[in-house]
Design a protein around this ligand. Sequence first.
Ligand code: BV8
Length: 229
Amino acid sequence: MTQEIRNIVILTGAGISAESGIDTFRSAGGLWEQHNVEDVATPEGFTRSPELVLNFYDMRREALGKVQPNPAHDALARLDAEFGGELLIVTQNVDDLHERAGAKRVLHMHGELKSALCLACEMRSPWDATLSDRPACPVCQAPSLRPDVVWFGEMPYQMDRIYRAIREADLFVSIGTSGAVYPAAGFVQDARNLGVQTLELNLERSEGSHWFHESRLGSAGELVPEWVG
Ligand code: BV8
């Protein structure tokens, strides 16, 4: 890590959690091969079949309790603890592995498995149980909880904060994402247009690789500790 870097934005995707044993979306056998994205990750799918969607997220929330952060999460948590400049880890992931590794400056732009959103009072509550049994909202008691995740067609969280962080960054690092989903996939273009240094750490070339000043191919569990130093 060269010293003149004062402000880092890191974007993470499913690839950073792959070595923890969490399915990615688009790798062979991934989540979108097992499920039809329109059925389980859109508001229309939820309206059509809430049970299917609630069970899909209950299954992923339960699986989360059985896995651990991997060396890539640990290295980012160490960077977070030791780097004196500005740092923001913008994650597309809805798992809590960055936090369980000890990272503090984390922003979940697509929400979190361990949070529930009430359709009646629109309040969010920490949630570690199931939702398919239609439990009462802890705030308003209505049986109207949905997963607090951003589905396709829904606005990701805290976009203004993310764009401000990219504008102020010296370095934008993308780790473990296919660059297939917007607006996250467009962040590297914004960074490039603003003259920000860009680095990609990914298992294979992604849809956005050509936008990066440098693209290192390999597993996050190896590349991230090596990059953090
Ligand atoms: C929105 C949360 C607007 C839920 C997710 C046409 C053009 C541009 C955009 C669109 C378009 N048509 C539709 C859109 C919009 C759409 C979109 O981008 N669609 C795509 C498919 C074209 N986007 C949206 O709808 C977004 N919202 O645009 O709102 C708006 C405006 C106004 C008002 C209202 C709304 C919302 C998108 C969020 C959807 N939710 N997840 C859940 O988790 O279930 S998306 C889901 O896929 C993830 O969250 C993640 O963000 C996304 C991408 O997945 P990745 O993380 O990249 O994972 P993937 O499997 O794809 O890749 C893994 C990578 O890791 C691979 O490259 C692999 O090589 C690598 N890897 C694997 N192992 C390792 C590794 N790397 C390192 N080490 C390893 N060991």
